[in-house]
Design a protein. Structure first.
Length: 360
C-alpha cells in the first residue's frame, strides 16, 4: 500500500511538471498570435471546453482505429463514454449503450495472427496519443484563436495523461507489453478473446490449442494484462456451467489476489455473489461482498448480467422465488444491453437454467 501511495504521488508530480512545461511553452508561443484576436465570451469558452473534450476523446480513439488498421488489425468496436458501436458476426454495425467505469472511450480491434517477435502493437497502442498531438498542433497552426488554443491544450493534456504510465492507460499497457514476449502474447489473446465474444463465441472453445498455451505459460511479470488470463479461464468454466469449480476458483482468486485492477475486482465480486448464492449461500464472504461500496454501485447497472446476479441472490439467499423469477423476466427484456453477443447469449442461457431450477 505504501509503495502504491508513493507511486501515485510521483505520478501526480510528474503530470504537474509536464503540464507546467507544456502550458508555459504554449503560452509563450501563443502569446503573439492571441494578442491579435478578440477575447472570447467566458460562457462560450466553457461550453467550447466541453465540446472540445468530447472531440479530443473521439480523435484519440480514432487514432487507435487508424493506426490499428495500418498495422493489419480489424475493427471490433468503438466506444466514446457510454456509447458504443460494435460489429456483429455478420459484419453489421450495431449501436449499444454500455457503462464502463474508468475509461472515457475505447477502440478494440482484432490483431493479425501472432508471430513471435513480430507482433505489431506499438502504433495501435500509441495511435490515440499521436492523433491528439497531431490534430492539436494542426488546428492551432491553421487557425490560431482562443478556441483552437483550448483545443490544443486539452489535446496535449489528454495525450500526456495517456502517455505517462499510470492506472491502466495506453502508456501503462505499452510499458508492460514492451517488457517481454509473454505479455505481448497475452495482449494478443485478450484481443482475440474480445473478438470471439463480439461474434457470440468463446475463444477457448473455438481455438482449443490456446488452452494448452495458456496453461503452459510462465508469467514472470504479473500485471493487469496477465491477470486477464485468470478471467479467460473462469469464462471457460462458466461456459459449461461448471458452477462448483467456478465458485472455488473465483473465491481463491479473490482471496489470494488483493492487488487486482479495481475494474477486475468489482466484476469478480459480482460473479462471486451469484456463485455463492447458487452454490454455498452460507459462505461468510457473501456479507462482506454485499457491503462493499463499489459492488453496490456495480449492482445498480441495468443489464442482464446484473439482473441474473440479483435473481440468483433472491433465489439462493433470500429464498424469494417470485422476486427471482421477476428479475429473470427483466433480464430477458434488456438482453440487448449486454456488452456483446456472447454475454447476451450466455445470460439468456443462464436465465433458462435458473428459471428451471426455481420451478423444479
Amino acid at each position: 500500500m505504501k509503495n502504491k501511495i508513493i507511486q501515485g504521488i510521483l505520478q501526480l508530480i510528474g503530470i504537474m511538471a509536464v503540464g507546467a512545461v507544456v502550458g508555459y511553452s504554449i503560452g509563450k508561443i501563443a502569446g503573439d498570435s492571441l494578442s491579435k484576436v478578440d477575447t472570447p465570451n467566458i460562457i462560450l469558452l466553457l461550453i467550447a471546453g466541453v465540446v472540445v473534450f468530447i472531440l479530443q476523446v473521439i480523435i484519440h480513439e480514432a487514432g487507435h482505429l487508424v493506426f490499428g488498421l495500418l498495422s493489419g488489425y480489424k475493427f471490433i468496436s468503438f466506444r466514446v463514454f457510454d456509447f458504443k458501436i460494435i460489429k456483429d458476426e455478420n459484419g453489421k454495425l450495431n449501436f449499444r449503450y454500455e457503462k464502463i467505469a474508468g475509461t472515457g472511450g475505447q477502440c478494440l480491434m482484432r490483431a493479425s495472427e501472432y508471430v513471435e517477435g513480430k507482433f505489431k502493437y506499438k502504433l495501435y497502442l500509441l495511435g490515440g496519443v499521436i492523433f491528439n498531438i497531431v490534430f492539436s498542433i494542426a488546428f492551432w497552426l491553421i487557425l490560431p484563436s482562443y478556441y483552437t488554443l483550448l483545443f490544443a491544450l486539452i489535446g496535449f493534456a489528454l495525450a500526456f495523461l495517456n502517455l505517462i504510465p499510470m492506472g491502466f492507460n495506453d502508456g501503462m499497457t505499452f510499458y508492460h507489453t514492451s517488457k517481454d514476449e509473454t505479455t505481448r502474447f497475452v495482449l494478443y489473446l485478450q484481443l482475440e478473446y474480445i473478438y470471439y465474444q463480439s461474434i457470440g463465441k468463446n475463444l477457448l472453445i473455438e481455438r482449443p490449442e490456446v488452452v494448452e498455451k495458456i496453461n503452459s505459460m510462465e508469467i514472470t511479470n504479473t500485471n493487469y494484462l496477465t491477470d486477464s488470463l485468470e478471467f479467460i479461464k473462469l469464462d471457460g468454466l462458466e461456459y459449461f456451467f461448471e458452477f462448483d469449480a467456478l465458485y472455488n476458483e473465483s473465491r481463491k482468486l479473490y482471496v489470494e489476489r488483493d492487488n487486482l485492477l479495481p475494474v477486475y475486482k468489482v466484476e469478480l465480486m459480482a460473479l462471486l455473489v451469484k456463485l455463492i448464492s447458487l452454490v454455498n449461500p452460507e459462505d461468510e464472504l457473501l456479507e462482506e461482498l454485499m457491503n462493499d461500496k463499489s459492488l453496490k454501485v456495480r449492482l445498480k447497472q441495468k443489464n442482464p448480467q446484473t439482473k441474473n446476479i440479483l435473481a440468483t441472490y433472491e433465489y439462493g439467499v433470500n429464498l424469494d422465488d417470485e422476486k427471482a423469477l421477476g428479475l429473470i423476466v427483466e433480464a430477458r427484456k434488456i438482453k440487448n444491453k449486454a456488452p456483446n453477443l456472447y454475454v447476451q447469449n450466455l445470460e439468456m442461457k443462464y436465465c433458462d437454467y435458473l428459471e428451471e431450477k426455481i420451478l423444479r
